[in-house]
Write a protein that binds this ligand. Sequence first.
Ligand code: PMP
Length: 358
Amino acid sequence: MTDQIKPQPGIMDIALYVGGKAKVDGVANVVKLSSNENPFGPSPAAQDAIKRAAHEVHRYPSTDHLELRTAIAQVHNLDVDRIICGVGSDEIIHFLCQAYVGQGDEVVYTEHGFSMYRISTLAAGGTPVEVPENQRMTDVDAILNGCTDRTKLVFIANPNNPTGTMIGLAEVERLAKGLPEGAILVLDGAYAEYVAGYDGGAGLVERRDNVVMTRTFSKIYGLGGMRVGWGYAPKPIIDVLNRIRGPFNLSNLALVAAEAAVRDRDYVERSRFENTRMRTWLAEALAEHGVPSDTSMGNFILARFNSPAEAHACDDFLQKEGLIVRRVDSYKLPNALRITIGDEASCRRAAHCIGQFK
Ligand code: PMP
């Protein structure tokens, strides 16, 4: 990495992550490896764009996000009219549930699937249907078996959070083809940029009328605090989602930051390269300490322990050492900890501490 990409100093919302747990009092150099953020922060171009736009925040922002949508369309070679932007991809997930799910309708996702699928399904009055994964891999047959004529949406994240596993596009297409009439497949590509050459399923969206792709600026672009995500969908679905979307859902600072970030391809490339390098290193270092993980395609690894008690004890130990990682009990993975790939120093520290714990 060149010196343009610098690790973030210090650390912030520990209280937010730790929730019910004690804060890390009196520990210097606390490192947060719990929210799958880019350890190098946002691209300098995005930071400059925010500074340049700061004097304009008395103005309401664009309602159609045309400049951001155009940038996304140009960079990814997509149809600008099939893009919708939201307050994080969370909001796109929420719009989809609000638009397509009602009382008695079912939404299918996998047992280790992202938490928002359940939250947004319940908020829309729908019924969540969680189907098993096969050794932490998305299982297309299990999803198809979980579908009924009441299924309205099917969510899969590819790569998946928190497992890091990924299925091929041929499998995804088999799923899309096998869905019941009227059901929509939502392909959550929050981590797509970490997979070189992967289009997140955009090509599938263009070939089929029952596939939607969601993407985010919170991960590789390092803009989690700005809250920008987008969706790519057949035009009739975009029209429906735009009827739900508030006219000023994104702030002008968020819009300019995301536009500059998506155009800075060099920053994305270098962030991906560095993530792959340290992810490989960390997985090997943990394996040497007797902590296995599946091959991850995202910016995190799922470290597996022998029991929930051991995973929790390791989390407590790491926290005392100033390392914040993520327990994933709520994802039905109580014997695992999810560790975000940090910069090299943080990864070395994490491996060292886990080695000490073991
Ligand atoms: N999908 C997946 C799989 C995620 O892991 C996340 C963030 N943790 C999101 C969607 C939502 O991201 P955001 O709302 O920040 O775009």
